[in-house]
Design a protein around this ligand. Structure first.
Ligand SMILES: [Zn+2]
Length: 717
């Protein structure tokens, strides 16, 4: 343990006298590589074995100046020398600042004694800061949860698995990729729908969440190890790996910055590429296992889980160039522009400051094409990161919603404020600057400005946007008919199979009942006899009344048995599709009256039941239209509202996110029933999706303020 670290634990220790620092000198272990970037040469440097390892970017002049420090010259002397030898004029104060900045990340060489003192000074300063400011819990952007030195682990992996970088293994992996593409391609609809479902997390319960987290961490660890291993393969060292949260979303990380020093451009791109490639390689084997094992077995399920977690969505997430992940690094390497997000955003902001607000700003002159690219990229990347941040807020809102629907907005608002704190401050500062800059202009032209403000207010109050309710739904057939045996009998014929389309009136089953048949024969014979007798009596004018009475009685009995016989033929009352499996199995069996034969569902139109929580019901007063999207397919369809349930009811199983804890009251829902035309028969019973119900038009201001106003009204009545 270092002496200075011990000092921190007790405050009453006598402080050692400050030692005088010797002039700066380059570290003997410093490794520097020259790189060509689009705006000139840069030098990347690292001190191997330094803890924590730091990584330096120097331009040509900075590196030339650094080399003048030999451990004897002071910053003032170097500033003089630089002017003479390099023709670079840097004031002694600026030179001291330059030295200090580099010193903060331990660029200069210090003797162990000096290091102890430096560490101690840092400790004292930190304690000062903490005492003054208190702990800063505000910054949620990244929090390191755990970190370790993976060097030994990666050495071990490199020793035993070095062959994964061989040529034959690469060819083999490409072959496996083709095999996996064929397997997954033939089940594409299913894999895509399940991938969406897997990443949706909602409505799947806690065990799904745990499985997701486990798969995510295991694959994340493999992914990051692949980055680290490749970095090692190209000569860099890897000393930091761990788990951190980015805006509370956990992820695994690995520091491979050394490859930026040791590796060439292609090698650096390989290091980035191998993260996702490792997951793809694992997925190819998982695809084969999934395909070869019977459904329901342990391996089958885990292989499928691996495909969902590490497959297409993993590639999309990691290689998206808008977030600072692998895709971003690949892009910056490919275009040779370092930190393109910061550069392009900075450029766009200064361009807007100068050209839109006419504030003082220096805009770097660029070629027109680059201007357009920077502007488009900065806007897209900005929009993406804001969407992502708002997504976290939404997730928190949904989680708290189970515990208290009324108070869910409070923690969500708090998180939003925390996340956007810095940005809000910046915006306020900008507005203040803008005001100060334009104060005189405002005074001079107050009339048109007031008119503009009034116009804006009117625009905000104009009812232009529609209120929207976005909720989950489940599909069911518009009409169903359950066919039952009305009289007992043996099944002698079946006219339809599962999935078969039948017209209204089509025969589905024919029954036979010998007893009924003989009864019918008997009734027919009696009727014929009675009819003949009645005719005879009419001719003879003898007891005609009695004979006619008898004829009518037997006729009624005969008709009744005929009706019963007709009921032996079971027909579908509606046109539709038979949904009962294995109807033909009934052939030859004896059915009692009332036994089920088959179910026919009319799917020419389907009905969607949309579950709207109580709090959103007020938006349903005037429904304009309903747009629906199935989970399993692209594109959306329109529906017509049939009814809104008069009373609330619990949601259908699995549709709405339900907590696993028994103690939490489930929210009640009102059901909006919507008819959707299904001419192609693409929509099936039980499909789920998300529907957007558009209500009446309201002003933008009203929609924005509505949640806050409702919350206030709820609490302050
Ligand atoms: Zn990665």
């Amino acid at each position: 343990m270092n002496l200075a670290r011990i000092l921190e634990t007790s405050t009453e220790v006598e402080l050692p006298p400050l030692m005088k620092k010797s002039p700066p000198r380059l570290h003997p272990r410093l490794v520097v590589r020259e790189h060509e970037e689009h705006d000139g040469k840069i030098y990347l440097a690292v001190i191997p074995g330094g803890k924590p390892p730091h990584f330096f970017r120097l331009n040509e002049v900075q590196w030339a100046v650094c080399q003048l420090f030999n451990g004897e010259r002071t910053p003032a002397e170097v500033s003089e020398l630089a002017a003479r030898q390099l023709g670079v004029h840097i004031s002694p104060e600026d030179m001291q600042g330059f030295v200090d900045i580099l010193d903060r990340d331990s660029f200069w060489y210090h003797t162990p004694q000096e290091e102890s003192v430096a560490l101690w000074q840092e400790m004292v300063e930190q304690r000062h800061k903490r005492a003054k400011k208190g702990q800063d819990y505000g910054d949620l952007s990244t929090i390191v949860i755990a970190s370790w030195d993976p060097d030994n682990f990666l050495n071990w992996v490199d020793k035993h698995f070095g062959w994964i970088y061989s040529r034959w293994f690469t060819y083999w992996s490409i072959f496996m990729l083709l095999v996996a593409i064929i397997i997954l391609g033939s089940h594409w609809d299913q894999v895509w729908a399940d991938s969406v479902e897997f990443y949706r997390l909602g409505g799947r319960g806690f065990s799904h969440f745990l499985a997701f987290l486990a798969a995510f961490f295991v694959l994340g660890f493999i992914h990051e190890s692949a980055h680290g291993l490749t970095c090692k393969h190209f000569g860099g060292e890897v000393h930091r790996m761990g788990v951190l949260t980015i805006y509370l979303a956990p992820c695994v990380y690995c520091d491979v910055s050394q490859v930026w020093v040791y590796g060439k451009r292609l090698e650096r791109m390989c290091t980035v590429f191998f993260g996702v490639w490792s997951e793809i390689v694992i997925c190819t084997y998982a695809s084969v296992i999934w395909w070869a094992t019977p459904p329901g077995t342990f391996w089958h399920q885990w292989a499928y889980l691996t495909i969902l977690a590490g497959g297409i969505f993993c590639v999309l997430l990691n290689w998206n160039p808008l977030a600072k992940m692998d895709g971003y690094l690949l892009m910056t390497e490919y275009f040779r522009i370092h930190d393109v997000k910061v550069v392009s955003t900075g450029w766009l902001i200064s361009w807007i400051r100068k050209n839109v607000f006419h504030l003082p700003a220096t805009v770097e002159p660029l070629r027109p094409l680059r201007c357009v690219c920077y502007a488009v990229y900065a806007v897209l990347a900005g929009a993406y990161s804001y969407t992502l941040l708002l997504f976290f807020v939404k997730v928190l809102y949904k989680i708290v919603y189970f515990y208290s629907a009324q108070w869910a907005f409070a923690p969500a608002m708090a998180l939003a404020l925390l996340i956007f704190k810095g940005r809000i401050k910046k915006f306020a500062k900008f507005m203040k600057e803008l005001y100060l800059d334009k104060k005189d202009l405002l005074r001079a032209h107050w009339k048109p400005i007031a008119a503009g403000a009034a116009a804006l207010l009117v625009l905000l109050l104009l009812p232009v946007m529609r209120e929207t309710v976005q909720e989950r739904f489940v599909l069911e057939p518009a009409q169903r008919a359950v066919l039952r045996a009305q009289v007992p009998g043996r099944v002698v014929a079946i006219g339809a199979e599962e999935g078969q389309r039948v017209e209204a009136g089509a025969t589905i089953a024919r029954l036979r009942d010998l007893e009924l048949e003989s009864e019918a024969d008997h009734a027919a014979a009696q009727y014929r006899t009675a009819e003949a007798r009645a005719f005879e009596a009419q001719l003879r004018y003898a007891d005609y009344g009695g004979a006619e009475q008898r004829r009518m009685e037997t006729a009624a009995a005969y008709r009744a048995t005929r009706d019963k016989q007709q009921q032996l033929t079971v027909a579908s009352p509606i046109a539709g599709v038979v949904v009962t499996p294995r109807v033909r199995d009934l052939l030859g069996s004896y059915l009692d009256a009332g036994a089920d034969i088959a179910e026919v569902a009319d799917v020419s139109t389907v009905r969607a039941r949309i579950y709207v929580p109580e709090s959103e019901v007020k938006k349903l007063q005037a429904i304009h239209d309903v747009v629906m999207r199935m989970d399993s397919r692209f594109g959306s369809v329109r529906g017509t509202v049939l009814s809104i349930s008069p009373a609330s009811q619990p949601a259908a199983g699995g549709l709405v996110e339900t907590p696993d804890y028994k103690g939490i009251r489930l929210p009640e829902f009102f059901v909006v029933t919507v008819a959707v035309a299904n001419a192609g028969g693409a929509f099936r019973d039980g499909m789920t999706g998300t529907a957007k119900i558009h209500g009446r038009r309201r002003s933008a201001l009203a929609i924005l303020l509505d949640p806050a106003l409702t919350a206030a009204a709820r609490r302050l009545w």
